[in-house]
Design a protein. Sequence first.
Length: 103
Amino acid sequence: MLSRDKQNPMKGKVIAYSEFVLIEDATFHINSKKLEQIREMNSKTVYAVVRGIYAGSEQLVSADFHKGYCNPYKTGTFIDWASKEQITKAKHVYFYDKFFSYK
């Protein structure tokens, strides 16, 4: 998790790690210049982020969530795993085991 508080000296820095994270009112963002660099140089870097309000760190049963997917080499954007449609926002996003689900 990153601090977004402009008054906090830790703004933009990692302030916590968790195995499970729930974000509310999420928006999905892609840095197209970074994505282009990844594809040209075949190297990894952060090019995609999910922004929203931290809602908790408990393990959830994600049965009513849809599985999401993001890969710079295959999709370049956040997509729904089943429909392959692009995701731009979600009410809830749940991160777990290097995966994410949303609703």
